[in-house]
Design a protein around this ligand. Structure first.
Ligand SMILES: [Zn+2]
Length: 69
């Protein structure tokens, strides 16, 4: 089974984002740039959105708890 969600990093603002692998691009919630999925720096993949969020929060914690919101 292929993982559907991709946890990656926006190549412009370096914000960790979750992308749905069914789509070809994702709009970054921070800098609003349209990022092609293949341009994402992929950290990890996840098979559901809950797992993807867990990975994302760990990623943010590693970076010093910075939250873009
Ligand atoms: Zn961005």
């Amino acid at each position: 089974m292929t993982d559907r969600y991709i946890v990656g990093e926006c190549p412009r603002c370096k914000t960790p984002i979750i992308a749905d692998g069914r789509y070809k691009s994702k709009t970054c919630p921070k800098c609003f740039s349209r990022v092609a999925i293949e341009e994402l720096k992929v950290f990890q993949t996840a098979h559901d959105s809950r797992e993807a969020r867990t990975i994302l929060s760990k990623l943010k914690a590693v970076r010093g708890g910075l939250d873009p919101t």
